[in-house]
Design a protein around this ligand. Sequence first.
Ligand code: XMP
Length: 598
Amino acid sequence: MADKRSIIILDFGGQYAHLIARRVRSLGAYSEIRDPSVSAKDLKDAAGIILSGGPQSVYDTASPVADAKIFSLGVPVLGICYGLQWMAKTLGGTVSPGKVKEYGHTEIKAVNGGGILLKDIGDHCTVWMSHGDEAAKLPDGFQLTATSESCANAAFEDPRRKFFAVQFHPEVTHTEHGSEILRRFVELCPATPWSVEGYAKRIGDEIAEQVQDRRVFMLVSGGVDSTVAFVLLNEVLGAHRVQGLLVDTGLMRKDEIAEIRAAFDRLGVTNVRIEDASAEFFHALEGILDPEEKRRAIGDTFLAVQKRVSEDMGLTTSDGWMLGQGTIYPDTIETKGTKHADHIKTHHNRVPAIQEMLKKGLVIEPLKELYKDEVRALGEELGLPHELVQRHPFPGPGLGVRILCAAKPDTFVVDDVGIKRWGGGWAVLPVKSVGVQGDGRTYRHALALFGKEPCTLTEQLLRFAIEIPNRRREFNRVLLCTSSAEVRPFVFSPGAITKERADLLREADAIATEEMCLAGLYERIWQFPVVLLPFGEKPGGQSVVLRPVESQEAMTARAAALPAGVLERMTQRIMKLSGVDFVFYDLTSKPPATIEWE
Ligand code: XMP
């Protein structure tokens, strides 16, 4: 927002920019992510600038650069990892390949008392490093503030100009004192104070100003984001100026519509119309196999239903209605993105038709600046029930992105996957899934392991899940088959999204959710996708993947450990569903896999 002074994170790529922005906000300062190509002129009101990490070397010809004039704005600048290297090179230092590439935990020690930023880190501070290059010579005016065994210039600063550089990542939780280091930088920046408490009140004026005397029509899904946005709009504008529409896409969870209706009833929200459009969605998805095309078909159908209902109810833009959406900050960045955050997938509320409406100022998105945990805090502030606010995120296209579709098997023959120590069998699945490897999107195979105790998660299995995609780049996922101890041949069946497949996945998903809740795991697990794959032991047979993850902002994630008993019960119950031949447990972190399979 124009009148806010923010700490700007220039996104040089990788997965770090959001983590930095979140940390800065949790330290009480407003922060935003921008593309590094933004001109220094546009950043003249920034309270401070943080240059993020990124996967490239500053000497690659295509590596991202920012406007060097940012160093003349008189604002504090912090360079992290690649940001340090670009800063060093731009200000007259040199960067060269390090003696060794460092990934993971490293010990650093303070030099010159650690300067301003690393004051008090002492002689043993464990930090998270991930780099190949390093600064060889510091630019004029800088003094060294920390060193490590393999990286002589691990941190340096120019206290006069308030320029700081750290080779390690203070934004990740593995870095000791990471928060204090960022806090010291944030304290030097005159940023607009930030907290979600009171956000409802602050945003109220902006909503009123943007909507003016119009009214807002909004699609609600029952998820945290759209419910919080809807209730906020109701609160600010009054229920008579807001109309909700809940579309039953046929791709929702079991009993979800009834549960959402009951939740709204309990909240006293009556301005929501429920529209069963499932037949329309299945029709639009007929024969579509490509994940991005599916997203587009779902997004377009949402719009068509919305158009029909809004015309039917006299709620069109020509009648003075705007469109409300529950878009949150990472969604905006992921699709429109900054250039260097690789385009992973198009968000359904950023399809071209919506982009057009956005340009015309016909869309209101009251949560577009917030992260998920901030939306949850706002929901609590608005008095929404705790269970609703803590609901797991569910993607807009619903089960549509969890039903894998393919016309033919995608086989991949390999003799050795380098796991001789593994006492069991293994097999490559005949389908591919999306991942993020080396900061780019990949579309690769999953390797399934079969063991004597199929439901027991061991240290060895978790190690394989890291080692295999690292060593064999053909794989981005590692699974454990929980329904069979022995390898059985996979029989592929071509399939798009059909009501039958959606019904089958809905049942499997309901079993996983029920068992997770019974085991008291709901609040520990961040999200639990259950995915349907088009192969089994016999023609028409399907497979089910359990994908529980722990995460904070979905930018990174790791497989959540399910106790053997829970996994066994889930597997046995899902195997009883007619048409399910295999159950797998996805052990992969993000990266190298994504949370969803497509
Ligand atoms: P990935 O699979 O990229 O997912 O690790 C990150 C988060 O985004 C959700 N997701 C979506 N949400 N529309 C949505 O509204 C989509 O098309 C979509 N794709 C992924 C996913 O569930 C996870 O929380």
